[in-house]
Design a protein around this ligand. Structure first.
Ligand SMILES: Nc1ncnc2c1ncn2[C@@H]1O[C@H](COP(=O)(O)OP(=O)(O)OP(=O)(O)O)[C@@H](O)[C@H]1O
Ligand SMILES: [Mg+2]
Length: 392
């Protein structure tokens, strides 16, 4: 229907035949139905509002984003249906607003909320508003990952620089202590023995610092995984062996529930040893006092490996939950706050992911999911058939 047609029609309404009016109204109803079907077919949410912000139309996508019941929402103010939206600041005449919003219920989503007034040709009160809503959850997640990896790179550079600066004087200290050792040999044995014991302690400590430094550098330096077909249980056993003395001293029982027929994984075994080492260490550090239990489970499905490390320790409070992967975020006096970040980096470089569930004072479960790389293609569940739109 051409624009201006309706205005002309209204102007000469008194001269139009009743039959003709009926025809035009039927056509208008059909066109309205057609537009509604187009709106329903969109993935974007569409909401039409009257000048006061009451909902006149809401499509299925918008209902899904905000968990609305279309029957109940119609005629109600948008602000009462989508709690947290401040209509007073949003619905200003003549103003277009684009805002990113976070929705927590019914699904955690990030949305772009775009509101534009529908103005009449003659200036004045707008006829209403149109709201368009786009799901930007994925692009935000990608953006977040880029920021994180940039932060990690900056951190790595800094850490490598500091480690280098510490490494040089350590090296020189060691050389001087060696020289001192040679000079000591010329002293009478009575004077020599106590000094040699001091010297051995000093050199031992330097050695220890050097090892810590090397491990630290290895942990933060982004190295591409050197993947090979390998038993996933091997690096797990190796980490347990390294941690054995600490686990025994704290009387922690480790329960292993390992899959009997785990196929070989395509992994960098050294990096996975770091993964298990960090997770098991976190688990036992969360066990207060002596005793406690750590359960490690491995499973494989058609398309992925699943490894869980579970403890019945102090758990993680909701405030800390959001910051677990922040570099340097630690609740321990001697922690670096890099462990989980490194674990996640390694998992992601292997195409996997890490999930953490925790209940304060009850315990924590860390689940690793690693795709089975022998299969390069995986059939996904058949999608829901697209709704067929009947356009009459
Ligand atoms: N199993 C767990 N139970 C309770 N809290 C945990 C657990 N794993 C991690 N956390 C929490 O997450 C924080 C970050 O862990 P992450 O491994 O990254 O660093 P860290 O353990 O503090 O330091 P580092 O690993 O260098 O010793 C910890 O300080 C702790 O508060
Ligand atoms: Mg840790």
């Amino acid at each position: 229907m051409k624009s201006g047609f309706l205005e002309k029609l209204v102007a000469r309404l008194d001269r139009v035949e009743p039959g003709e009016i009926q025809q035009i109204v039927t056509r208008l109803i059909r066109e309205k139905g057609f537009l509604e079907k187009v709106f329903e077919a969109l993935r974007e949410g569409v909401i039409l509002l009257d000048p006061k912000g009451n909902i006149g139309f809401v499509n299925q996508a918008a209902c899904r984003f905000f968990g609305l019941d279309p029957e109940r929402a119609l005629g109600e103010p948008l602000a009462s249906q989508v709690r947290g939206l401040d209509w007073e600041t949003l619905g200003k005449p003549g103003r277009t607003v684009s805002r990113d919003i976070e929705v927590l219920y019914p699904e955690h989503l990030f949305l772009n909320f775009y509101l534009a007034p529908i103005d009449e040709e003659t200036a004045g009160e707008p006829l209403g508003f149109v709201v368009l809503i786009r799901d930007i959850t994925r692009s935000r997640a990608e953006e977040q990952e880029t920021i994180e990896s940039e932060r990690l790179n900056a951190l790595t550079l800094l850490a490598a620089g500091v480690a280098h600066e510490i490494g040089n004087p350590l090296n020189s200290l060691d050389i001087h202590l060696q020289l001192l050792g040679r000079k000591l040999r010329k002293l009478p044995p009575g004077d020599r023995a106590p000094l040699e014991s001091n010297l051995a302690t000093a050199r031992g400590e330097i050695q220890r610092l050097d090892t810590i430094l090397k491990q630290f550098l290895q942990a933060v330096r982004p190295t591409l995984p050197r993947r090979e077909r390998h038993d996933l249980h091997a690096p797990l056993h190796e980490s347990l062996r390294l941690l054995e003395p600490e686990l025994q001293a704290r009387q922690i029982s480790v329960e292993l529930d390992l899959s009997q027929n785990l196929p070989p994984a395509h992994i960098d075994p050294g990096q996975f040893q770091q993964v298990f080492y960090n997770l098991i260490r976190n688990a036992y550090q969360a066990l207060p006092g002596k005793g406690g239990r750590i359960t490690i489970r491995t499973r494989s499905t058609d398309y992925e490996f699943r490894v869980s490390v579970e403890d019945d320790g102090v758990g993680i409070s909701p405030e800390h939950m959001g910051a677990l992967f922040e570099p340097y975020h630690t609740t321990k006096s001697s922690g670096t706050g890099l462990g989980l970040l490194i674990v996640r980096r390694i998992l992601r470089e292997h195409g996997g992911e890490i999930e953490i569930e925790s209940q304060e004072n009850h315990g924590t479960r860390v689940l690793l999911r690693l795709p089975r790389s022998e299969r390069s293609v995986r059939l996904l569940a058949a999608p829901e058939p697209d709704p067929v739109i009947d356009l009459d």
